[in-house]
Design a protein around this ligand. Structure first.
Ligand code: SF4
Ligand code: SF4
Ligand code: FES
Length: 405
């Protein structure tokens, strides 16, 4: 670490996207070269450019340590926190050695790098009732909740409301009314909280809204964009699972039916049969789904898109009539995955945010083969088991937390 911080200052050229709505002029690019140590942040680079060359550069920041969420921008096209992006890393990922800095996407620009978070991000957060609707009767002292429940919502509580996920959400780009990744992650924070009294109402509301949980297209952009590992897409999938599997909500957007049709087609054919997906989503999850009036209506309204796809060779009539074929052994492997998941007694939820293990139960001293009683005392389990298996000294030295370094 000391080596990184000892590197001398270097020159970095920043290409800033500038826009001042009051001037009536179109946005333009503006370049400045700053001199800073390479480990300094892009934010420090922008602030130096503002101090030295142009005091009118607009940038929002506060904590300068990736906590307040106010310095969201795009660096070389990727959503980033300006204070959490090193200049050397930004230069390395730049196409021509010039660090390109733009305001975040999907939100109106107020000035230069400052976007209107109120108009989009905060409006959507308000949409999901971002507070606890407490269960009655409220206990005299405090609610007692299982530790696991709170671990489960910790991931969403790590959100710093920076808007990076909103900036890159592909569904919001197409449909600005989509509630979006940050707000839906916030919704999970309360849906997953056992003290909240309105799990069903919240989920039903977000399921029935055509711009709710079923509007997400699983593009993973929000997962990549989030600097805090909140995994908004994962939270949206959890909302869907609880809504459909636990609360048995069937939405009027055909979201649940669409998921069932998708899963069944992959299970039966090993690959998705795209032409069957739409009719089954509307008409029912079987071969006969396409004969349902709701499916016919949807197919007719989609005819222009279908014709365009046929003309451009994206689909063929044979491809529409027959499912894809994969080798029998591969199909069996796919179906084995379904079987394993379907036969689980309990749904398995992965919370990838909290890592680590519960403390291993202490091995009974007698389990240390042939070890005298006092030699095991005071040693960690790992060390004891290495002694048992005759593990080499090298391996023992690599044990995390070992004091013998
Ligand atoms: S996964 Fe869903 S919520 Fe996340 S960016 Fe893509 S469309 Fe938006
Ligand atoms: S979910 Fe992540 S990217 Fe989205 S607002 Fe919260 S911290 Fe920022
Ligand atoms: S200034 Fe607070 S997150 Fe960057």
């Amino acid at each position: 670490m000391a080596e990184i911080h000892d590197r001398p200052p270097e020159e970095f050229t920043l290409r800033l996207r500038r826009f001042n709505p009051e001037s009536g002029e179109a946005p333009y690019w503006d370049e400045h070269t700053v001199e800073l140590e390479p480990h300094r942040s892009v934010l420090e680079g922008i602030l130096q450019a503002r101090d030295k060359f142009d005091g009118s550069i607009g940038i929002r920041c506060s904590c300068r340590q990736a906590i307040c969420g106010s310095c969201g921008i795009r660096v070389n096209g990727e959503p980033s926190l300006a204070c959490h992006t090193h200049l050397d890393a930004a230069k390395a990922s730049a196409k021509d050695g010039v660090i390109e800095i733009e305001p975040m996407g999907n939100m109106p620009v107020l000035k230069d790098l400052i976007v209107d978070m109120d108009a989009v991000h905060w409006k959507k957060i308000q949409r999901v009732t971002p507070w606890l609707l407490a269960k009655e009767p409220v206990p005299e002292r405090e609610y007692i909740v299982p530790k696991e429940s709170m671990v489960d919502v910790t991931q969403t509580m790590a959100c710093i409301q920076c808007g990076a996920c909103v900036s890159d959400c592909l569904a919001m780009e197409v449909d600005p009314g989509f509630i979006g990744p940050a707000a839906l992650a916030k919704a999970y924070r309360f849906v997953g909280d056992p003290r909240d009294d309105e799990q069903f109402e919240r989920l039903n509301d977000l399921s029935q809204d055509p711009q709710g949980i079923f509007d997400c297209t699983h593009c993973f952009k929000c997962v990549e964009a989030c600097p805090k590992g909140v995994n908004p897409m994962g939270q949206i999938m959890r909302l869907r699972r609880i809504a459909s599997s636990d609360q048995h909500i069937t939405d009027k957007n055909n979201g649940v039916r669409h998921e069932h049709a998708f899963a069944t087609l992959v299970k039966d054919n090993g690959l998705l049969w795209e032409a069957e997906l739409l009719p089954r989503s509307y008409g029912g999850d079987s071969f006969f789904g396409k004969f349902h009036p709701a499916a016919a209506k949807e197919l007719i309204s989609s005819l222009p898109a279908i014709l365009k796809a046929l003309m451009r060779g994206k689909v063929t009539p044979m491809g529409a009539l027959k499912p894809h074929k994969i080798p029998k052994a591969d199909l069996a492997s796919v179906q084995a995955i379904y079987e394993k998941i379907d036969n689980r007694e309990e749904r398995y939820e992965l919370n990838l945010y909290i890592a680590g293990e519960d403390e291993a139960p202490e091995e009974p001293v007698a389990a240390a083969v042939g070890a005298p009683e006092d030699s095991a005392a005071g040693q960690g389990t790992a060390e004891a088991s290495e002694a048992d298996t005759g593990a080499s000294e090298d391996a023992g030295n690599g044990t995390e937390g070992s004091t013998e370094q």
